[in-house]
Design a protein around this ligand. Structure first.
Ligand code: SAH
Length: 365
Protein backbone atom coordinates (compact mmCIF):
# COMPACT_ATOMS: atom_id res chain seq x y z
CA UNK A 1 0.00 0.00 0.00
CA UNK A 2 1.26 3.45 -0.89
CA UNK A 3 1.45 5.54 2.26
CA UNK A 4 3.99 7.99 0.93
CA UNK A 5 2.79 11.55 1.32
CA UNK A 6 3.24 13.41 -1.94
CA UNK A 7 2.54 17.11 -2.24
CA UNK A 8 -1.15 17.46 -3.11
CA UNK A 9 -1.87 13.81 -3.59
CA UNK A 10 -5.16 13.20 -5.35
CA UNK A 11 -7.44 11.25 -3.04
CA UNK A 12 -9.89 10.26 -5.79
CA UNK A 13 -9.48 6.58 -6.59
CA UNK A 14 -8.00 5.44 -3.27
CA UNK A 15 -9.95 2.66 -1.61
CA UNK A 16 -11.07 3.08 2.00
CA UNK A 17 -7.95 1.42 3.46
CA UNK A 18 -5.60 3.51 1.34
CA UNK A 19 -7.43 6.67 2.30
CA UNK A 20 -7.22 5.76 5.98
CA UNK A 21 -3.49 5.04 5.58
CA UNK A 22 -2.91 8.48 4.04
CA UNK A 23 -4.62 10.11 6.97
CA UNK A 24 -3.04 8.09 9.74
CA UNK A 25 0.33 8.82 8.14
CA UNK A 26 -0.23 12.52 8.92
CA UNK A 27 -1.43 11.81 12.45
CA UNK A 28 -5.16 11.92 11.77
CA UNK A 29 -7.60 9.47 13.30
CA UNK A 30 -9.12 6.81 11.03
CA UNK A 31 -12.63 8.33 11.37
CA UNK A 32 -11.33 11.26 9.31
CA UNK A 33 -11.21 8.89 6.34
CA UNK A 34 -14.89 8.10 6.77
CA UNK A 35 -15.74 11.80 6.88
CA UNK A 36 -13.65 12.57 3.84
CA UNK A 37 -15.13 9.69 1.91
CA UNK A 38 -18.59 11.09 2.49
CA UNK A 39 -17.57 14.56 1.40
CA UNK A 40 -15.80 13.32 -1.71
CA UNK A 41 -18.28 10.76 -2.96
CA UNK A 42 -21.61 11.81 -1.49
CA UNK A 43 -21.26 15.59 -1.70
CA UNK A 44 -18.73 15.70 -4.52
CA UNK A 45 -16.79 18.34 -2.56
CA UNK A 46 -13.59 19.64 -4.08
CA UNK A 47 -12.83 22.27 -1.44
CA UNK A 48 -11.69 21.18 2.02
CA UNK A 49 -13.13 24.37 3.49
CA UNK A 50 -16.58 23.23 2.41
CA UNK A 51 -16.19 20.03 4.43
CA UNK A 52 -17.90 21.45 7.49
CA UNK A 53 -17.84 18.32 9.67
CA UNK A 54 -14.05 18.31 9.49
CA UNK A 55 -12.53 20.34 12.32
CA UNK A 56 -11.32 23.73 11.09
CA UNK A 57 -7.92 23.10 12.59
CA UNK A 58 -7.46 19.96 10.51
CA UNK A 59 -8.22 21.61 7.17
CA UNK A 60 -5.02 23.58 6.40
CA UNK A 61 -2.87 20.45 6.43
CA UNK A 62 -5.37 18.52 4.35
CA UNK A 63 -5.42 21.38 1.85
CA UNK A 64 -1.68 21.52 1.70
CA UNK A 65 -1.22 17.80 1.12
CA UNK A 66 -4.27 16.56 -0.72
CA UNK A 67 -6.73 17.35 -3.47
CA UNK A 68 -9.84 15.74 -4.93
CA UNK A 69 -9.10 16.63 -8.50
CA UNK A 70 -11.00 15.46 -11.59
CA UNK A 71 -9.41 14.98 -15.02
CA UNK A 72 -9.31 18.15 -17.13
CA UNK A 73 -12.06 18.58 -19.69
CA UNK A 74 -10.34 19.27 -23.01
CA UNK A 75 -13.50 19.26 -25.06
CA UNK A 76 -17.20 18.87 -24.37
CA UNK A 77 -19.60 18.17 -27.21
CA UNK A 78 -23.37 17.75 -27.15
CA UNK A 79 -25.16 15.85 -29.88
CA UNK A 80 -28.42 16.98 -31.43
CA UNK A 81 -30.01 14.02 -29.59
CA UNK A 82 -28.67 15.18 -26.21
CA UNK A 83 -25.78 12.70 -25.99
CA UNK A 84 -22.76 14.33 -24.40
CA UNK A 85 -19.10 13.47 -24.94
CA UNK A 86 -16.17 14.62 -22.87
CA UNK A 87 -12.60 14.41 -24.04
CA UNK A 88 -10.66 14.20 -20.79
CA UNK A 89 -6.96 14.84 -20.25
CA UNK A 90 -5.12 13.09 -17.45
CA UNK A 91 -2.04 14.18 -15.53
CA UNK A 92 0.42 12.75 -18.09
CA UNK A 93 -1.32 14.37 -21.07
CA UNK A 94 -3.04 11.16 -22.19
CA UNK A 95 -6.67 11.44 -23.14
CA UNK A 96 -9.82 9.33 -23.12
CA UNK A 97 -13.46 9.87 -23.93
CA UNK A 98 -16.55 9.51 -21.75
CA UNK A 99 -20.10 9.58 -23.11
CA UNK A 100 -23.45 10.26 -21.45
CA UNK A 101 -26.56 8.92 -23.17
CA UNK A 102 -29.71 10.52 -21.71
CA UNK A 103 -33.19 9.01 -21.60
CA UNK A 104 -36.15 11.05 -20.32
CA UNK A 105 -35.59 10.73 -16.56
CA UNK A 106 -32.41 8.65 -16.47
CA UNK A 107 -29.35 7.86 -18.51
CA UNK A 108 -26.22 5.78 -18.91
CA UNK A 109 -22.68 6.94 -18.58
CA UNK A 110 -20.28 5.09 -20.86
CA UNK A 111 -16.87 4.96 -19.19
CA UNK A 112 -13.46 4.17 -20.69
CA UNK A 113 -11.06 1.72 -19.05
CA UNK A 114 -7.95 2.33 -21.18
CA UNK A 115 -6.38 5.00 -23.34
CA UNK A 116 -6.81 3.30 -26.71
CA UNK A 117 -7.24 -0.46 -26.98
CA UNK A 118 -5.06 -3.44 -27.87
CA UNK A 119 -7.79 -5.67 -29.28
CA UNK A 120 -7.89 -4.37 -32.87
CA UNK A 121 -11.44 -5.43 -33.64
CA UNK A 122 -11.63 -4.72 -37.36
CA UNK A 123 -14.85 -2.67 -37.25
CA UNK A 124 -13.96 -0.54 -34.19
CA UNK A 125 -12.48 2.95 -34.41
CA UNK A 126 -10.77 2.75 -31.00
CA UNK A 127 -8.71 -0.18 -32.29
CA UNK A 128 -6.96 2.12 -34.78
CA UNK A 129 -5.45 4.16 -31.95
CA UNK A 130 -1.76 3.63 -31.31
CA UNK A 131 -1.28 4.92 -27.82
CA UNK A 132 -2.46 2.54 -25.12
CA UNK A 133 -2.23 2.47 -21.37
CA UNK A 134 -4.46 1.35 -18.55
CA UNK A 135 -6.42 4.04 -16.77
CA UNK A 136 -5.92 4.19 -13.00
CA UNK A 137 -8.83 3.67 -10.62
CA UNK A 138 -8.79 7.43 -9.96
CA UNK A 139 -9.04 8.18 -13.68
CA UNK A 140 -11.97 5.77 -14.04
CA UNK A 141 -13.84 7.19 -11.04
CA UNK A 142 -12.83 10.67 -12.24
CA UNK A 143 -14.94 10.18 -15.38
CA UNK A 144 -17.98 9.60 -13.18
CA UNK A 145 -17.15 12.67 -11.06
CA UNK A 146 -16.87 14.92 -14.12
CA UNK A 147 -20.26 13.76 -15.39
CA UNK A 148 -21.92 14.21 -11.98
CA UNK A 149 -20.38 17.70 -11.70
CA UNK A 150 -21.81 18.55 -15.06
CA UNK A 151 -25.34 17.33 -14.23
CA UNK A 152 -25.23 18.77 -10.71
CA UNK A 153 -25.80 15.40 -9.11
CA UNK A 154 -24.19 16.32 -5.80
CA UNK A 155 -25.16 15.46 -3.18
CA UNK A 156 -26.06 12.13 -4.72
CA UNK A 157 -29.83 12.31 -5.44
CA UNK A 158 -32.00 9.99 -3.34
CA UNK A 159 -34.56 9.21 -6.03
CA UNK A 160 -34.28 9.44 -9.81
CA UNK A 161 -30.87 10.34 -11.13
CA UNK A 162 -29.81 11.54 -14.55
CA UNK A 163 -26.75 9.33 -14.31
CA UNK A 164 -28.65 6.21 -13.30
CA UNK A 165 -26.52 3.56 -14.99
CA UNK A 166 -22.93 2.87 -15.93
CA UNK A 167 -21.70 0.90 -18.88
CA UNK A 168 -18.01 0.00 -19.05
CA UNK A 169 -18.23 0.25 -22.82
CA UNK A 170 -15.97 3.15 -23.64
CA UNK A 171 -12.43 2.88 -24.91
CA UNK A 172 -10.41 -0.16 -23.95
CA UNK A 173 -10.94 -3.67 -22.68
CA UNK A 174 -12.00 -3.50 -19.02
CA UNK A 175 -10.96 -7.07 -18.27
CA UNK A 176 -7.40 -6.24 -19.37
CA UNK A 177 -7.39 -3.64 -16.61
CA UNK A 178 -9.19 -5.73 -14.04
CA UNK A 179 -7.67 -4.45 -10.79
CA UNK A 180 -8.23 -0.78 -11.53
CA UNK A 181 -11.71 -1.35 -12.92
CA UNK A 182 -12.66 -3.42 -9.89
CA UNK A 183 -11.31 -0.81 -7.50
CA UNK A 184 -13.11 2.01 -9.32
CA UNK A 185 -16.43 0.19 -9.47
CA UNK A 186 -16.22 -0.69 -5.76
CA UNK A 187 -15.82 3.01 -5.03
CA UNK A 188 -18.78 3.86 -7.26
CA UNK A 189 -20.93 1.15 -5.60
CA UNK A 190 -19.95 2.07 -2.02
CA UNK A 191 -23.18 2.78 -0.07
CA UNK A 192 -21.68 5.79 1.73
CA UNK A 193 -20.89 7.60 -1.47
CA UNK A 194 -22.17 7.47 -5.04
CA UNK A 195 -23.91 4.24 -4.09
CA UNK A 196 -24.80 2.94 -7.51
CA UNK A 197 -26.17 -0.60 -7.36
CA UNK A 198 -24.31 -3.39 -9.17
CA UNK A 199 -27.55 -4.07 -11.03
CA UNK A 200 -27.14 -0.68 -12.71
CA UNK A 201 -23.62 -1.38 -13.92
CA UNK A 202 -22.73 -3.39 -17.01
CA UNK A 203 -19.23 -4.36 -18.01
CA UNK A 204 -18.60 -5.23 -21.63
CA UNK A 205 -15.82 -7.57 -22.69
CA UNK A 206 -14.66 -8.79 -26.07
CA UNK A 207 -14.17 -12.15 -24.34
CA UNK A 208 -11.22 -12.22 -21.96
CA UNK A 209 -12.30 -15.68 -20.83
CA UNK A 210 -9.91 -16.18 -17.88
CA UNK A 211 -11.14 -12.99 -16.18
CA UNK A 212 -14.87 -13.46 -16.64
CA UNK A 213 -15.40 -15.64 -13.58
CA UNK A 214 -13.57 -13.13 -11.37
CA UNK A 215 -15.60 -10.28 -12.82
CA UNK A 216 -18.83 -11.95 -11.72
CA UNK A 217 -17.53 -13.19 -8.38
CA UNK A 218 -15.52 -10.14 -7.27
CA UNK A 219 -17.34 -7.21 -8.87
CA UNK A 220 -20.78 -8.75 -9.40
CA UNK A 221 -21.90 -6.46 -12.20
CA UNK A 222 -23.95 -7.36 -15.26
CA UNK A 223 -21.99 -8.76 -18.15
CA UNK A 224 -22.13 -7.87 -21.83
CA UNK A 225 -20.10 -9.80 -24.39
CA UNK A 226 -19.14 -8.44 -27.79
CA UNK A 227 -20.08 -11.45 -29.87
CA UNK A 228 -20.54 -10.14 -33.42
CA UNK A 229 -20.20 -13.53 -35.13
CA UNK A 230 -21.76 -16.98 -34.96
CA UNK A 231 -18.67 -19.05 -35.73
CA UNK A 232 -14.92 -18.99 -35.06
CA UNK A 233 -13.91 -18.48 -38.66
CA UNK A 234 -15.73 -15.16 -38.88
CA UNK A 235 -15.13 -14.09 -35.29
CA UNK A 236 -11.38 -14.60 -35.72
CA UNK A 237 -11.42 -11.84 -38.33
CA UNK A 238 -13.78 -9.41 -36.56
CA UNK A 239 -12.73 -9.83 -32.93
CA UNK A 240 -9.16 -11.19 -33.07
CA UNK A 241 -9.06 -12.10 -29.37
CA UNK A 242 -11.22 -15.01 -30.53
CA UNK A 243 -8.07 -16.72 -31.79
CA UNK A 244 -6.91 -16.89 -28.20
CA UNK A 245 -10.26 -17.64 -26.59
CA UNK A 246 -12.53 -19.28 -29.18
CA UNK A 247 -16.31 -19.44 -29.01
CA UNK A 248 -16.49 -22.79 -27.22
CA UNK A 249 -14.53 -21.38 -24.28
CA UNK A 250 -16.38 -18.07 -24.38
CA UNK A 251 -19.77 -19.76 -24.30
CA UNK A 252 -18.63 -21.98 -21.44
CA UNK A 253 -17.48 -18.94 -19.45
CA UNK A 254 -20.87 -17.32 -20.06
CA UNK A 255 -22.62 -20.47 -18.86
CA UNK A 256 -20.61 -20.26 -15.65
CA UNK A 257 -20.87 -16.48 -15.15
CA UNK A 258 -21.75 -15.90 -11.49
CA UNK A 259 -25.17 -14.34 -11.06
CA UNK A 260 -26.39 -14.87 -14.61
CA UNK A 261 -29.85 -16.42 -14.81
CA UNK A 262 -33.08 -15.93 -16.69
CA UNK A 263 -34.00 -12.90 -14.61
CA UNK A 264 -30.53 -11.45 -15.03
CA UNK A 265 -29.29 -12.20 -18.50
CA UNK A 266 -25.96 -11.69 -20.18
CA UNK A 267 -26.16 -9.29 -23.12
CA UNK A 268 -24.62 -10.37 -26.41
CA UNK A 269 -23.69 -7.33 -28.46
CA UNK A 270 -23.86 -7.79 -32.17
CA UNK A 271 -22.85 -5.05 -34.61
CA UNK A 272 -24.84 -5.40 -37.82
CA UNK A 273 -22.30 -5.53 -40.65
CA UNK A 274 -23.76 -5.59 -44.14
CA UNK A 275 -22.95 -8.77 -46.04
CA UNK A 276 -20.56 -9.91 -43.29
CA UNK A 277 -22.53 -11.24 -40.33
CA UNK A 278 -26.16 -10.38 -41.08
CA UNK A 279 -27.54 -13.23 -43.20
CA UNK A 280 -30.55 -15.35 -42.25
CA UNK A 281 -28.18 -18.30 -41.89
CA UNK A 282 -26.06 -16.32 -39.41
CA UNK A 283 -29.14 -15.63 -37.28
CA UNK A 284 -30.10 -19.29 -37.28
CA UNK A 285 -26.60 -20.37 -36.34
CA UNK A 286 -26.64 -17.88 -33.47
CA UNK A 287 -29.77 -19.48 -32.08
CA UNK A 288 -28.00 -22.84 -32.02
CA UNK A 289 -24.84 -21.33 -30.53
CA UNK A 290 -26.54 -19.80 -27.50
CA UNK A 291 -29.09 -22.53 -26.82
CA UNK A 292 -29.73 -22.89 -23.08
CA UNK A 293 -27.80 -19.74 -22.13
CA UNK A 294 -29.49 -16.92 -20.18
CA UNK A 295 -28.80 -14.27 -22.82
CA UNK A 296 -30.41 -11.44 -24.71
CA UNK A 297 -29.09 -9.82 -27.86
CA UNK A 298 -28.43 -6.17 -28.48
CA UNK A 299 -28.26 -5.56 -32.21
CA UNK A 300 -26.12 -2.46 -32.79
CA UNK A 301 -26.35 -0.74 -36.18
CA UNK A 302 -22.76 -0.41 -37.37
CA UNK A 303 -21.50 3.08 -36.61
CA UNK A 304 -19.25 4.34 -39.38
CA UNK A 305 -15.90 6.07 -38.91
CA UNK A 306 -13.40 7.57 -41.37
CA UNK A 307 -11.58 4.93 -43.36
CA UNK A 308 -13.65 1.90 -42.37
CA UNK A 309 -14.42 -0.77 -44.96
CA UNK A 310 -17.63 -1.87 -43.21
CA UNK A 311 -21.19 -0.78 -43.82
CA UNK A 312 -24.34 -0.98 -41.76
CA UNK A 313 -26.88 -3.68 -42.65
CA UNK A 314 -29.94 -2.49 -44.51
CA UNK A 315 -32.83 -1.71 -42.14
CA UNK A 316 -34.85 -4.42 -43.87
CA UNK A 317 -32.23 -7.11 -43.26
CA UNK A 318 -31.59 -5.94 -39.68
CA UNK A 319 -35.31 -6.26 -38.98
CA UNK A 320 -35.40 -9.71 -40.53
CA UNK A 321 -32.37 -10.77 -38.49
CA UNK A 322 -34.01 -9.53 -35.31
CA UNK A 323 -37.23 -11.40 -36.13
CA UNK A 324 -35.41 -14.67 -36.76
CA UNK A 325 -33.79 -14.40 -33.34
CA UNK A 326 -37.16 -13.51 -31.77
CA UNK A 327 -38.75 -16.54 -33.37
CA UNK A 328 -35.94 -18.61 -31.87
CA UNK A 329 -37.01 -17.35 -28.43
CA UNK A 330 -34.37 -14.63 -28.08
CA UNK A 331 -34.89 -11.00 -27.26
CA UNK A 332 -32.98 -9.01 -29.89
CA UNK A 333 -33.96 -5.35 -30.18
CA UNK A 334 -32.19 -3.17 -32.71
CA UNK A 335 -30.59 -0.34 -30.83
CA UNK A 336 -31.19 3.25 -31.88
CA UNK A 337 -27.78 4.82 -32.50
CA UNK A 338 -27.05 7.80 -30.25
CA UNK A 339 -24.54 10.59 -30.60
CA UNK A 340 -23.35 9.69 -34.09
CA UNK A 341 -23.02 13.35 -35.12
CA UNK A 342 -20.34 13.89 -32.47
CA UNK A 343 -18.70 10.48 -33.00
CA UNK A 344 -19.94 9.32 -29.60
CA UNK A 345 -21.73 6.12 -30.66
CA UNK A 346 -20.49 2.57 -29.97
CA UNK A 347 -17.12 1.93 -31.51
CA UNK A 348 -16.54 5.53 -32.61
CA UNK A 349 -14.41 6.70 -29.69
CA UNK A 350 -10.81 7.61 -30.30
CA UNK A 351 -8.59 10.06 -28.47
CA UNK A 352 -5.14 10.15 -29.97
CA UNK A 353 -5.59 13.59 -31.37
CA UNK A 354 -3.24 15.02 -33.94
CA UNK A 355 -1.87 17.18 -31.14
CA UNK A 356 -1.07 14.14 -29.02
CA UNK A 357 0.60 12.29 -31.88
CA UNK A 358 2.72 15.35 -32.54
CA UNK A 359 3.70 15.56 -28.90
CA UNK A 360 4.68 11.91 -29.00
CA UNK A 361 6.87 12.35 -32.03
CA UNK A 362 8.38 15.58 -30.69
CA UNK A 363 6.84 17.80 -33.36
CA UNK A 364 5.46 21.11 -32.24
CA UNK A 365 1.70 21.36 -32.22
N1 SAH B 1 -13.53 -3.91 -25.21
C1 SAH B 1 -14.86 -4.05 -24.70
C2 SAH B 1 -15.52 -2.72 -24.40
C3 SAH B 1 -15.87 -1.91 -25.61
S1 SAH B 1 -17.60 -1.78 -25.69
C4 SAH B 1 -15.68 -4.88 -25.65
O1 SAH B 1 -15.21 -5.17 -26.74
O2 SAH B 1 -16.79 -5.30 -25.29
C5 SAH B 1 -17.89 -1.10 -27.25
C6 SAH B 1 -18.90 -1.95 -28.02
O3 SAH B 1 -19.12 -1.35 -29.31
C7 SAH B 1 -18.39 -3.35 -28.28
O4 SAH B 1 -19.45 -4.26 -28.29
C8 SAH B 1 -17.83 -3.20 -29.67
O5 SAH B 1 -17.66 -4.43 -30.30
C9 SAH B 1 -18.87 -2.33 -30.31
N2 SAH B 1 -18.41 -1.64 -31.52
C10 SAH B 1 -17.14 -1.37 -31.86
N3 SAH B 1 -17.10 -0.70 -33.03
C11 SAH B 1 -18.38 -0.54 -33.41
C12 SAH B 1 -18.97 0.13 -34.52
N4 SAH B 1 -18.24 0.76 -35.42
N5 SAH B 1 -20.30 0.11 -34.61
C13 SAH B 1 -21.06 -0.49 -33.65
N6 SAH B 1 -20.55 -1.11 -32.58
C14 SAH B 1 -19.22 -1.14 -32.46
Amino acid sequence: MDTEINPRKNLIGLDRDELAAQLTAIGEKPFRAKQLWHWMYYHGATDFDAMTTIAKAARPLLKELFCTERPDISRLETSEDGTRKWLLTFGDGNEAETVYIPETDRGALCISSQVGCTLNCSFCHTGTQKLVRNLTAGEIVGQMMVARDSYNEWPVPKGARMISNIVMMGMGEPLYNFDNVKKALKIIMDPEGISLSKRRITLSTAGVVPMMQRCGAEIGVNLAVSLHACNDELRDTLVPINRKYPLKELIKACRQYPGANNANRITFEYAMLKGINDSDADAKELIRLVRGLPVKFNLIPFNPWPGTRFENSTPKQAKRFSEILNNGGLSAPIRVPRGRDIMAACGQLKSDSERQRRQKTGLSA
